[in-house]
Write a protein that binds this ligand. Structure first.
Ligand code: GLU
Length: 495
């Protein structure tokens, strides 16, 4: 590509950044980086009725957490600022004046009551098209316009949609798209409060910010013919358009904020790693063209092309996300997980204040569990016995592992543990081997009952490492508790 690629992500701060929005940001980011171009963040905050003040922070934090840092935008200086549309209102005003001057736009004085009535009549008549504004003010005389404006009569500005036109544009993902101009009504460009509509501000800014490729969710596709006509009215070149495929919710239907699309930060709180989520999101509608699924950010940048984005909808498959995240959990060093895991443990509230301060211990727990946990949350959930004595024993495992002479085995092992002067992994392994040999028991007959006694569950990391980490005193206490419990349990069963 010869000229510099410039793309933008243009969220409206009307709520949290959900994963669908993050996919749009990611595709823009990957495209920019692939072509050595710029990724711009623009805040479309002109709809003051839907504005939410904490949404901005959440958008910034989410994008940064995912590693989608912008080259220009809020907090990052660039040559096309300001990057908040609310700070650019005079620009939009100027542009609308120019359109009025050139005969492409006109003021409209229709009251909301009139428009409401019009809508009702149209609904009743069930007009197939040309619903929407009836061009009532399109041909007012210049004198009348001047007079009404000088009397401060509230008004909006509308674009004159030309008659009998086929409005067409090329979508990089879907090919040629055509709309008949009859299906479009004279859209509002500037509202009576002086704020621009999405259409006007979006087109003006894409042009002024030198955006070469507009990549956005496919819900915006119906807006594009209007934008094409706006570009035409201004006499500006069109950017390249690419409407990204729909993401379906797991249970069917479009994934939306209302339907299952959790916020990016919810995934962070649920213990996902940013690189896992990014890799998963990249595959929602795009594929590298071979079977490769796990790709680092750099690989994604190297491989990403719009040609490989499919127009077909893709499903947000939570299980695949978990699986993908698990691959990154294995890859991560213990140290790099510590801070994030710490937050998850803290939030879960099962680890005491004191224990949360013991970074060496926490690191060792992560080391033992990270390869067998798909998320940090799963790691935290499965780690409870490293911090607390079990208060119950897995029922199925009790039946399977604590039968026959398990009680005697647990009693003997308790004494053995108590007598050990060195409670290292190696000494434990030697002690288990000796004991198994002496008693002519399989190792399984020792390992499984012990694991259940110490952790309360039937799964976990290697037993010897686990016992060493939990420590002699705690292990002995838990063994004694288990012996008491089992003894009682057997007595009750036999009575
Ligand atoms: N502000 C719009 C949104 O919230 C931007 C759409 C576009 O990218 O043109 O998604």
């Amino acid at each position: 590509m010869s000229s510099e690629v410039r793309v933008r992500f243009a969220p409206s701060p009307t709520g949290y950044l959900h994963v669908g929005g993050a996919r749009t940001a990611l595709f823009n980011y990957l495209f920019a980086k692939h072509h050595g171009g710029s990724f711009i963040l623009r805040i479309e905050d002109t709809d003051r009725t839907r504005y939410q003040s904490d949404a901005l922070d959440e958008i910034f934090t989410s994008l940064r957490w995912l590693g989608l840092t912008w080259d220009e935008g809020p907090e990052i200086e660039g040559s096309c600022g300001p990057y908040f549309q609310s700070e650019r209102t005079s620009l939009y005003r100027e542009k609308v004046d120019a359109l009025v001057e050139s005969g492409h736009a006109y003021p409209c004085f229709c009251s909301s009551q009139r428009l409401q009535k019009l809508r009702e009549e149209q609904e009743k008549a069930k007009l197939a098209h040309v619903s929407g504004y009836d061009r009532h003010c399109r041909n007012l005389s210049q004198d009348e316009v001047t007079k009404r404006i000088s009397q401060n009569e509230p008004h909006v500005y509308r674009l004159k949609i030309p008659d009998n036109r086929i409005v067409s544009f090329t979508d990089m993902i879907r090919g040629e798209i055509e709309y008949k101009s009859e299906t479009l009504d004279d859209l509002v460009l500037l509202k009576s409060d002086g704020f621009p509509t999405y259409h006007l501000a979006n087109v003006v800014d894409d042009h002024l910010m030198g955006i070469t490729h507009v990549m956005r969710g496919d819900e915006w596709i119906a807006s594009t013919p209007r934008h094409v006509l706006l570009y035409e009215a201004f006499g500006w070149d069109l950017p390249v358009f690419a409407h990204l495929p729909v993401i379906l919710a797991p249970g069917g239907g479009k994934l939306s904020k209302r339907k299952g699309a959790a916020s990016v930060l919810d995934y962070k709180r649920a213990g996902y790693l940013p690189e896992g989520l990014v890799n998963f999101l990249a595959l929602l509608g795009w594929a590298p063209g071979n079977d490769q699924e796990k790709m680092s950010s750099q690989e994604l940048v190297d491989l990403f092309t719009l040609e490989r984005v499919s127009p077909k909808a893709s499903v947000f498959d939570e299980q695949k996300l978990e699986w993908m995240n698990g691959l990154y959990m294995q890859e991560r060093s213990v140290g790099s997980l510590l801070e994030e895991a710490h937050l998850v443990w803290k939030e879960a509230g099962e680890v005491s204040h004191e224990q949360l301060k013991d970074m060496a211990y926490l690191s060792q727990v992560i080391g033992l569990l990270k390869d067998r946990s798909k998320t940090l949350k799963e790691l935290a959930t499965n780690s409870f016995y490293f911090f607390n004595d079990p208060n119950s024993y897995e029922e199925k495992a009790v039946k399977k592992r604590w039968k026959g002479d398990a009680l005697t085995v647990l009693q003997s092992l308790t004494s053995l543990f108590e007598s050990m002067s060195n409670f290292s992994q190696q000494s434990l392994e030697d002690a288990f081997n000796d004991y198994a040999q002496k008693k002519e028991l399989s190792l399984g007959k020792l390992i499984h009952p012990t694991r259940l006694a110490v952790s309360g569950v039937s799964f976990g990391p290697g037993l010897y490492e686990m016992l060493e980490l939990i420590g002699q005193e705690t292990v002995v206490r838990r063994m004694k508790n288990a012996v008491l419990w089992l003894d009682n349990f057997q007595k009750e069963k036999n009575s």
